[in-house]
Design a binder for this molecule. Structure first.
Ligand SMILES: *[C@@H]1O[C@H](CO)[C@@H](O)[C@H](O)[C@H]1NC(C)=O
Ligand SMILES: *[C@@H]1O[C@H](CO)[C@@H](O)[C@H](O)[C@H]1NC(C)=O
Ligand SMILES: *[C@@H]1O[C@H](CO)[C@@H](O)[C@H](O)[C@H]1NC(C)=O
Ligand SMILES: *[C@@H]1O[C@H](CO)[C@@H](O)[C@H](O)[C@H]1NC(C)=O
Ligand SMILES: *[C@@H]1O[C@H](CO)[C@@H](O)[C@H](O)[C@H]1NC(C)=O
Ligand SMILES: *[C@@H]1O[C@H](CO)[C@@H](O)[C@H](O)[C@H]1NC(C)=O
Ligand SMILES: *[C@@H]1O[C@H](CO)[C@@H](O)[C@H](O)[C@H]1NC(C)=O
Length: 739
């Protein structure tokens, strides 16, 4: 035992170090100290709404529903009048937001005003709405609301109460917690306290607005008949420092008007609880209308975690460290006879344990069952640099809750290195937690002797490239995709990318957006496949790097091929190439020696003022919408700008696609590539470490339609070829995986 005599001393030393580290960490992580200190801005975006998917993030309350791609704040039938009258409903983001926080006592001057003792978060939001009616007059209206709870509209909140409050609560004023709300109402019925049947108002705990403005003065009619429906976009900016709110409103697709419809001082810390919910509400009375929200983006400042909590984290860290140390010592004594073998076993066990405890619980399959399901890996669906995808059928199994046989796609990885178990866990965990209607869902996994298989939902309509480039399969002239489905596919892919770039906890970069990685489900909705897989392979051996996991030529941003750093902008670049392919029906890489890149071809057409000449010839002139085609082509070009700072961000892309922002302005000649990029991807962190989303701060350019991330350091080192590329072409000819 003499060998271990110094062990107690080591343990004491270790504990001491842990405690010291924890204290230092707690000191580093101070909460908001100053009234002006910049906070992190997070964004939430919906280009349209889907009942099955968005129910995960949105509370749909009382008589509201999600239908027809929109939030229906009140029922949306046209046939049953009784069903439409006297209804109220609301839809709120399920997660609460910290809207204000008291500053620490030592930072408050003795003479500070009440407002000087509190820090209030700023937010910006834009949404589009559509209000239509059938009867003689419309009623009653809808509102953007900051609500104290997820309880939804109280009883008796129909009619003039807009789903916000009711007669009892309103009369009690700021007393009841349920009445501590602030709303911007868009009111279509003239009550005795209203200025007109078409106004906007700021409501504080009451529908008798504090400030109102008549919208007729701005040539806006909120409600219209079905035949004359108009979509409007609303921009609301709340300044936490200045404690004021500004509301702009204009026809959808036009830039934000310069003049607000309403501007007023507003101190949210006086009127809503510090933790509140954000969304919409609406109502009908004896008169009725449909109250629809078509799209929505929210940018909001988030406070860092509070100090007390951090102390707890530090304390827990110490306790856990001690536990881990004790366990390690125990394990050392127990396992030192067969350490190497045990380590492998432990890792295997940990993998199984971790995977089976992941939220949403993807299923573990046995290798044998997957072999059977795929008929011994018989029918190949696709092949990439990292593995092969096979088609399979899982038999019906009562104890699995699966009544019918289910078709799946099984991806078999080409790796066999037990060392990378931890990478697999990370990877599967990431993919499993990505839940979005535009992302191919993971069903299960199998890990046997270093061989990883992932089971995905089968996408019956195959990959986008099979539909987009059918002519390349000699003789087989499938009917080309319609214009409407092309536009919808662009929207779907953008939604999926926005989700992983901004909405999902750790930011995930796809790094290989291309037509063959966009899959089409039974209803031709597009879903992005192969999320993050490139990264796993990337952190592995160099041989996989050579296999070209960094992307596909034609989709690789120039700064990426120079600097080898993937960022949100490099994904946007690839998205741009995809959009151009969608519209033109040509591949990003043309087989034309004088003009090898599709983007150059489209840019030349644009320069000549003949942009629409680039549209797929397979679509007859009557078959496509010229405005939409122009919008997509300009968007594709803007995303393909050689300089990352000039590309739109995904929130901007969503706004452009949903037509709540005008198409981007594109210079007639492709700009020159500047290297190194200004403010581009300079910082790198290790491959496995992931960035949290929403780190950028937004600086509007005045017209609000072009909010741009100015501080986007979200990049990480990626694929590094063995030597510096003088001619990037050298590295990529072999990259296009498969087709
Ligand atoms: C508080 O006092 C400081 C000087 O001590 C002064 O600069 C500041 O203007 C005062 N603020 C208010 C709100 O009176
Ligand atoms: C809101 O937009 C304004 C410019 O219109 C910008 O200055 C501000 O930083 C934005 N705030 C947030 C939270 O995005
Ligand atoms: C208003 O709502 C409160 C609780 O939410 C309820 O107790 C009250 O009865 C309601 N008043 C009316 C007039 O429905
Ligand atoms: C709205 O109603 C009020 C009182 O009921 C009335 O004084 C006002 O003229 C009405 N406004 C319009 C534009 O009808
Ligand atoms: C306006 O807001 C205040 C709270 O700041 C409230 O007390 C008042 O009753 C509201 N209503 C009107 C019509 O001013
Ligand atoms: C309003 O928006 C919806 C959904 O984006 C769209 O289907 C409809 O055509 C738009 N209506 C008008 C009049 O622009
Ligand atoms: C609102 O406050 C901001 C400071 O946060 C200020 O720049 C802006 O001019 C104010 N707007 C109005 C309408 O007072």
């Amino acid at each position: 035992m003499a060998r271990y005599a110094s062990l107690p001393r080591l343990v004491v030393c270790f504990l001491w170090l842990c405690a010291a580290a924890a204290v230092c960490r707690a000191r580093d992580l101070q909460p908001v100290r100053e009234a002006q200190e910049p906070l992190t801005v997070k964004s939430y975006g919906y280009a349209s709404f889907d009942r099955n998917v968005d129910a995960a993030t949105l509370g749909v309350l009382k008589e509201a529903s999600i239908n027809g791609g929109a939030l229906q704040l009140t029922p949306d039938t046209r046939n049953d009048v009784a069903y439409l009258q006297h209804k109220s409903g609301s839809v709120l983001l399920k997660q609460p937001f910290t809207l204000w926080r008291k500053l620490p006592a030592d930072k408050i001057a003795a003479n500070a005003t009440a407002a000087g003792r509190v820090r209030v978060a700023s937010f910006n939001t834009t949404f589009s709405m559509n209000v239509v009616y059938d009867g003689a007059v419309p009623g009653e209206g809808l509102a953007f609301v900051i609500a104290p709870s997820l309880d939804g509209p109280p009883p008796g909140s129909d009619g003039g109460f807009l789903g916000l409050t009711n007669a009892t609560l309103q009369a009690a004023g700021a007393g009841p917690a349920a009445n501590r709300f602030v709303a911007v109402e868009f009111d279509t019925f003239n009550q005795s306290y209203d200025p007109s049947a078409n106004h906007v108002g700021l409501d504080i705990g009451s529908v008798e607005s504090n400030v109102t403005a008549n919208l007729a003065d701005f040539n806006i009619a909120i409600a219209n008949t079905f035949a004359n429906a108009v979509n409007y976009t609303v921009w609301i900016e709340y300044a936490g420092v200045g404690r004021n709110i500004t509301v702009y409103m204009g026809a959808q697709g036009k830039p934000r008007p310069a003049t607000p419809v309403l501007a007023a001082p507003l101190d949210l810390s006086e009127h809503v609880p510090d933790n509140a919910y954000i969304g919409f509400s609406g109502s009908t009375g004896a008169t009725y209308e449909l109250n629809c929200i078509l799209d929505w983006t929210l940018w909001i400042e988030t406070f860092p975690e509070e100090e007390e909590k951090r102390w707890w984290i530090a304390l827990v860290a110490v306790v856990v460290s001690v536990g881990v140390l004790a366990a390690a010592i125990a394990a050392f004594f127990l396992a030192r006879m067969s350490r190497a073998r045990r380590a492998v076993e432990q890792r295997q066990a940990r993998l199984g344990h971790t995977l089976s405890h992941l939220p949403g619980m993807p299923r573990e399959f046995t290798y044998e069952s997957l072999r059977k399901a795929t008929n011994s890996f018989h029918e190949q669906l696709g092949e990439g640099s990292y593995g092969v995808v096979y088609k399979g059928t899982l038999p019906a199994e009562a104890d699995d809750g699966r009544a019918e046989a289910m078709q799946v796609a099984v991806k078999k990885f080409m790796r066999d290195d037990a060392r990378c178990v931890e990478d697999f866990v990370k990877e599967v965990d990431i993919i499993n937690r990505l839940r979005h209607k535009n992302i191919v869902p993971l069903i299960g996994w199998c890990y046997k002797k270093g061989q990883l298989l992932l089971v995905y939902e089968y996408m019956p309509n195959g990959s986008l490239d099979q539909h987009l480039f059918p002519r390349s399969l000699a003789g087989q002239l499938a009917s080309p995709l319609t214009w409407a489905s092309r536009y919808a596919i662009a929207k779907d892919v953008a939604s999926g990318l926005h989700y992983v770039h901004y909405e999902y906890g750790p930011m995930v970069l796809h790094r290989d957006i291309k037509a063959s990685n966009v899959l089409l489900d039974a209803s031709f909705s597009a879903r992005v496949g192969d999320f993050g897989l490139a990264r796993v392979v990337d952190s592995d051996r160099t041989s996989y790097m050579d296999a070209g996991v960094a992307g596909t030529h034609g989709y690789i941003a120039p700064e990426y091929s120079m600097g080898h750093r993937a960022s949100r902008q490099t994904d946007v670049f690839a998205f741009g190439a995809l959009v151009l392919e969608l519209v033109t029906g040509r591949r990003a890489l043309l087989r034309d020696a004088s003009c090898p890149l599709l983007v150059d071809f489209v840019w030349r057409m644009h320069g000549r003022g003949a942009l629409l000449g680039a549209v797929d010839q397979g679509l007859g002139t009557a078959e496509f919408d010229a405005d939409e085609a122009t919008r997509l082509l300009l968007l594709g070009l803007a995303c393909s700008s050689p300089n990352p700072g000039d590309r739109p961000t995904m929130p901007e892309v969503l706004q452009i696609l949903s037509k709540s922002a005008p198409p981007p302005e594109v210079p007639p000649v492709k700009p020159t590539f500047i290297w190194p990029p200004e403010g581009g991807a300079r910082f790198s962190i290790s491959d496995i470490e992931m960035m949290t989303s929403g780190g950028g701060s937004y600086a509007g350019t005045g017209d609000g339609s072009s909010m741009r991330a100015t501080q986007d350091t979200s990049s990480y080192d990626s694929f590094r070829p063995p030597t510096a590329p003088n001619n990037s072409q050298e590295y990529f000819p072999a990259l296009s995986s498969g087709r």
